[in-house]
Ligand binder design. Structure first.
Ligand code: F6R
Length: 260
């Protein structure tokens, strides 16, 4: 098992605008480094300022439509695209449509196929067929999950269907406006995410402060799936003041690998 430790950078934003700019700059830099390199994108609240900044740059003519395959990170099981609460619909609304990415340029991970296992293997093969992941833009769950890789998830966790944790059900309830939250998700596996050259982890809010610290300075542990992200060659943490409070570049930049 790989135990490489790459470089890590902490970028702290003191406003939503700065958060959006830092995140968008980091994404554009990764795209410039490897034009065409497949990019997997989280949905959720945290990336929104970043996606909106990218959309603004696109609308101003400063940024073209990404020339890379866009990869869906996760989805609720049993939720159709026509449901406005599906994660794909969220990605479409916040990223694909504003940046004029065609549906044919997206590698889907569907939660409504008859055979989920086959869907997971098809998805992994489709990502491999475009040369693997270059960039992963990920959010951080309040319990340290990335995608729907819920604790415990280790570095070899595969693309799969997972029961959602009580924490995720509670945190997702706000998107579902009183309706019952789906109890299963389908997610790109942690192993696939760790194969990316660059991970941009976007984190906002005081409620994520402790889990961010554990993720980037604590020991690697399946109980904190995000703790394995330090293995990728380049990890960029874009955090707001509240999430980053007390954390320093020295702390996250000077770790020596697993088990520290
Ligand atoms: C969503 C996803 C999740 C979120 C995480 C943080 O596609 O994969 O892991 O990134 O739950 O969500 P927010 O940003 O809404 O706090």
């Amino acid at each position: 098992m790989s135990s490489r430790a790459g470089e890590a950078h902490l970028l702290v934003a003191s406003s939503d605008e700065a958060f959006g700019r830092l995140g968008a700059d980091a994404i554009q830099a990764a795209w410039n480094d490897s034009p065409g390199g497949a990019t997997i994108l989280a949905t959720g609240w945290t990336p929104i300022p970043v996606f909106r900044e990218l959309a603004t740059r696109h609308a101003r003519g400063e940024l073209g439509t990404p020339g890379c395959p866009i990869v869906q990170l996760d989805e609720y099981v049993g939720v159709e695209d026509s449901d406005p609460r599906s994660l794909y619909t969220w990605l479409d609304r916040e990223f694909l449509t504003p940046l004029e990415v065609k549906a044919s340029g997206v590698i889907r991970l569907r939660g409504t196929t008859a055979d989920s296992e086959q869907e997971c293997r098809r998805f992994d093969a489709a990502v491999a067929a475009v040369g693997g992941l270059h960039l992963a833009v990920l959010g951080l769950g309040p319990n340290g999950h990335v995608g729907f890789n819920e604790p415990p998830s280790g570095p070899t966790a595969s693309t799969r269907v997972v029961p959602l944790s009580p924490e995720s059900l509670a945190s997702n309830a706000r998107y579902w406006e009183g309706a019952e939250v789906p109890v299963e998700g389908i997610t790109a596996g942690l192993e696939l995410l760790l194969s990316a050259d660059v991970v941009i982890l976007v984190v906002a809010g005081a409620h994520k402060r402790d889990i961010l610290r554990r993720s980037v300075t604590g020991p690697e542990s399946p109980e904190v799936p995000a703790s394995y992200l330090r293995r990728v060659p380049r990890l960029i943490v874009v955090a707001d003041d509240d999430a980053a409070a007390g954390l320093t570049q020295e702390e996250i930049g000077s770790r020596s690998g697993p088990g520290i």
